[in-house]
Design a protein around this ligand. Structure first.
Ligand SMILES: Nc1ncnc2c1ncn2[C@@H]1O[C@H](COP(=O)(O)OP(=O)(O)OP(=O)(O)O)[C@@H](O)[C@H]1O
Ligand SMILES: [Mg+2]
Length: 381
């Protein structure tokens, strides 16, 4: 019996898991499994009259580790009998990162297991202050959004709150919805978990939400692996209504469970974005059950021409500082702005502004370089 293996299960991002492991020597569970598969395939030839060399009994492994992405490489039947695998490897210590529910449950029955959970960055009063003071530097206009969001974030700063705050950002394209989610997340640190629901076709989406084979991507697994305090579900309006019920428990208690994985979010921030134009439209499209589960619906207004010009100013200034010195001498920021302002008169272009700014800068630079070389060629002649 090998019940003296100590098992520690870690739920959180990979970077944190690696920190937890520290400097000790670890063996990868997958390496051990591959090595054993290899050994099972080897034949031993016995020559008559010779006694075969005894294979040395393998030493008991000290620390064995499996990372979140490792389970996808194991066959389904290995997962189903994970406790058996551990028994046959018989390590002194086993460290598992974001394992499937089934693995956790099996080990719980046979071993003494310890669970460690990552503390996600929380919204504090300091974060509220930074949000209030920094909003204007990151976003043009949307003053109502700032006030609404401050109120919506406040519950997360209290200890009473144990479940997530769920928000719906809605409004036209290119008015700062994703930008705002990014800004809040930057205040909390950690790469933003951003899922674009339009990227999935229906059959893939079903297995993404409800779970499929271990090797397939899954929302619950992505949630377990996340680094960020903010969870951004982009283009929520593009998800087919048959999937809406999958979000009830997530929005109510912060628990999301699929066939293989289970995650408890705690007091985090879930932001869904959409291009709906009114609360009525949201209620009709999502249905009362889902609609009523949002803590707050945050309306983003179209930008005025003047505001779009300010977005252009910021984009140009931002790109300009990133140019090399000799490039900066070849273009003038004011000239660039002036050439881009007419775009403010064509609504619907804000999303493309960044790309257009890059294009105009590149074009100006290449023209300057070409005319310089033409002039120097003329001077040489
Ligand atoms: N209010 C704003 N202030 C500053 N920049 C903005 C604003 N709105 C849009 N932008 C600029 O336009 C780009 C696109 O904005 P963003 O991605 O936030 O749009 P969105 O509202 O999420 O649109 P969609 O509904 O199409 O996803 C941003 O990267 C930013 O450069
Ligand atoms: Mg967006």
């Amino acid at each position: 019996m090998s019940a003296d293996t100590t098992v520690t299960i870690y739920y959180g991002p990979l970077t944190w898991f690696e920190e937890q492991l520290g400097e000790e020597e670890y063996e990868g569970l997958l390496d051990i499994v591959y090595e054993r598969d290899e050994a099972n395939r080897r034949y031993t030839h016995v020559v008559e009259g010779q006694t075969p060399a005894e294979e040395e009994p393998a030493e008991r492994p000290g620390h064995v580790v499996a990372e979140s992405s490792d389970y996808a490489s194991l066959n389904e039947h290995v997962i189903t009998n994970f406790a058996g695998l551990v028994r046959s490897i018989n390590p002194e210590h086993l460290h598992l990162h974001n394992p499937p529910m089934q693995v956790h449950a099996q080990l719980n029955r046979s071993y003494s297991t310890d669970v460690k959970q990552y503390d996600y960055p929380a919204v504090t009063r300091d974060v509220l202050i930074q949000f209030r003071d920094g909003f204007g530097d990151h976003l043009v206009g949307q003053a109502d959004v700032k006030e609404l969001l401050l109120a919506a974030l406040y519950p997360l700063t209290t200890t009473r709150r144990t479940r997530p705050v769920v928000l719906m950002f809605y409004g036209p394209s290119g008015v700062g919805k994703t930008e705002t989610a990014q800004f809040v997340n930057n205040l909390l640190s950690g790469t933003l978990l951003r899922k674009q629901f339009s990227m999935f076709h229906n059959d893939k989406f079903a297995s993404y939400l409800f779970g499929g084979a271990h090797s397939e991507p899954s929302f619950a697994h992505d949630l377990l692996d996340r680094e960020s305090g903010v969870i951004l579900i982009d283009e929520f309006d593009k998800a087919n209504s048959v999937f809406h019920s999958a979000f009830y428990q997530l929005f109510d208690d912060g628990v999301f469970e699929d066939k293989n994985y289970r995650v408890t979010l705690g007091p985090s921030l879930i932001i869904c974005t959409s291009n709906y134009s009114s609360e009525d439209e949201i209620r009709q499209a999502l249905g009362e059950a889902l609609y009523s589960r949002f803590d707050s619906l945050v309306r983003f207004n179209p930008l005025s021409k003047d505001e779009i010009r300010r977005v252009i100013d910021r984009l140009v200034e931002n790109r300009f500082t990133k140019l090399a010195r000799e490039e900066q001498e070849r273009v003038s920021a004011d000239d660039l702005k002036f050439r881009l302002y007419p775009l403010a008169d064509q609504p619907g272009n804000v999303r493309k502004l960044g790309k257009m700014v890059d294009q105009v800068i590149a074009l100006t630079l290449v023209r300057a370089v070409l005319s310089e070389s033409l002039q120097s060629a003329a001077a040489d002649a």
